[in-house]
Design a protein around this ligand. Structure first.
Ligand SMILES: [Ca+2]
Ligand SMILES: [Ca+2]
Ligand SMILES: [Ca+2]
Ligand SMILES: [Ca+2]
Length: 254
């Protein structure tokens, strides 16, 4: 097996050198055979043809995707590689709101109307206090049918996730702690249910403390993925990496 992996890697690197496949393809092959460098431990198998495929590697954003940043004088750095980054590959995304009162600090990418929409990302709260909207789907009119908010009401460095589906919310009871990398899976269906699930090992819980779901009131399709967002503490520092959105469930690690 070991020898087969070495041959496979050598072949992939040779093809990469010949420009027959991209470095992105090589990383996918490596992930598929369990040699990923992802910081959270393992990770899901990559979707076959995701609508969003963003690992922030290389200069700027990866895969020629157009991401638009909303800064309000703050930091959105898609070339971040200061420890504990990168969570995967060469770069991660670093978001740090700047001044009080903190404004919207985010970056988004449009993938087009999709229903249902499934998402995944690596997420590491370096500093995360009080409330911070960390992930949203926006619809074609920039309204917010779905979002995930990190909530640490005690200001002690660990917090739950709250999903909103229109005006309906649901909370995990499990908490995410500063200094730990998480795999976050989420889904939203127009007029249907929304879910969030997280783990440290790439599995996707479908029940229990690290899972929440609600059938809500939103009735528009997901159209854009948003990372970062509004928060209530200017000290928050968040790292994201390996973002996928697809019209099929993102597979968990196997
Ligand atoms: Ca990366
Ligand atoms: Ca930037
Ligand atoms: Ca980059
Ligand atoms: Ca807490």
């Amino acid at each position: 097996m070991k020898r087969a992996i070495i041959i496979l890697i050598a072949a992939a690197l040779f093809l990469s050198y010949c420009w027959l496949v991209t470095p992105q393809d090589v990383r996918r092959v490596l992930r598929g055979i369990g040699t990923t460098e992802e910081g959270g431990g393992g990770g899901p198998n990559p979707p076959a043809s995701p609508l969003v495929d963003q690992d922030f590697d290389g200069a700027g954003y990866a895969n020629s995707e157009t991401w638009t940043e909303g800064l309000d004088g703050a930091t959105v750095n898609e070339d971040y590689d200061t420890a504990p980054a990168p969570l995967e590959g060469d770069d991660s995304l670093f978001i740090e709101p700047d001044a009080m009162p903190p404004g919207n600090t985010y970056t988004y990418h449009q993938f087009g109307d999709t229903d249902p929409a499934y998402g995944y990302c690596l997420f590491r709260p370096v500093v995360a206090r009080y409330q911070h909207v960390i992930i949203q789907f926006w619809d074609s009119g920039f309204a917010v049918p779905f979002q995930i908010e990190y909530r640490d009401g005690e200001d002690d460095g660990d917090g739950i996730l709250r999903i909103s589906n229109g005006s309906t919310t649901a909370d995990t009871t499990g908490e995410l702690a500063e200094g730990t990398t998480y795999h976050i899976f989420f889904s939203y269906a127009n007029g249907g249910s929304a879910t969030v699930a997280f783990s440290t090992d790439g599995t996707r819980p479908t029940s229990g403390p690290n899972f929440a779901t609600t059938t809500g009131t939103a009735t528009t399709d997901a159209n854009r993925i948003v990372l970062g967002g509004a928060n209530s503490d200017n000290q928050n520092q968040l790292i994201f990496d390996q973002v996928w959105v697809d019209d099929e469930q993102i597979p968990e690690q196997n």
